[in-house]
Design a protein around this ligand. Structure first.
Ligand code: AR6
Length: 189
């Protein structure tokens, strides 16, 4: 079984034609700003209808919808914790977001999945700790074989890319930087 490949890319997650992208949503699942707003704008109004039918999502959990007009086939919505100083289960809840998103992806047979830097925008989670949690949780999950073949970490600016590279070095995680859209067309063994 070949290892799951991890990629770091900088840019707009809504442009990626993968099996699924992850949305950093809020508990209402009714849209918002940041990456959530961008995903709803790109997916079109049917996404809001699908989200409304789900009736919300507690912090740390995840829900699946189609991608509608997005190039990605599915959206996995997860709700990151609001940073309140670090003593309110923030790390455990962010870990749960990644793990529950990965579990949902695997349950759907998803091979390619992209994560934004959950909770590091409006929700104020420190970026270095968030990147460490993202890599650690994905690394641990992918020790067991599943449908997942490639996981992309998508940052919106160069500073946060440096944060991920630093976290990857600390954890001895191989983070490829040569993502190519053609990758998703590769036949999966
Ligand atoms: N592609 C990739 N990353 C992005 C994009 C994009 N198009 N847009 C922003 N980011 P945030 P949160 C990055 O605030 O902190 C919403 O209103 C951004 O630079 O989107 O989890 C929800 O409805 C940052 O690094 O999510 C919630 O109410 C990261 O995505 C609340 O914000 C996450 O920033 C969730 O806050």
């Amino acid at each position: 079984m070949p290892p799951v490949e991890f990629f770091l890319i900088q840019g707009d997650i809504t442009k990626l034609s993968l099996d699924a992208i992850v949305n950093a949503a809020n508990e209402s699942l009714m849209g918002g700003g940041g990456v959530d707003g961008a995903i709803h704008r790109a997916a079109g109004p049917d996404l809001l209808k699908a989200c409304r039918a789900l009736g919300g999502c507690p912090t740390g959990e995840s829900r699946l919808t189609p991608g509608f007009r997005l190039p990605a086939r599915h959206v996995i919505h997860t709700v990151g914790p609001v940073w309140k100083g670090g003593h309110n289960q923030e790390a455990a809840l962010l870990t749960a977001c990644y793990r529950n998103s990965l579990e949902r992806a695997a349950a759907e047979g998803i091979r390619s999945l992209a994560f934004p830097a959950i909770s590091t925008g409006v929700y104020g989670f420190p970026k270095a700790q968030a990147a460490a949690i993202a890599l650690q949780t994905c690394q641990a999950f992918t020790q067991t074989p599943s449908s997942l073949k490639m996981i992309l970490f998508v940052t919106f600016n160069a500073d946060n890319s440096d944060v991920y590279r630093h976290a990857a070095r600390e954890q001895n995680v191989v983070l490829r930087n040569d993502w190519d859209d053609e990758e998703v067309e590769r036949p999966c063994p």
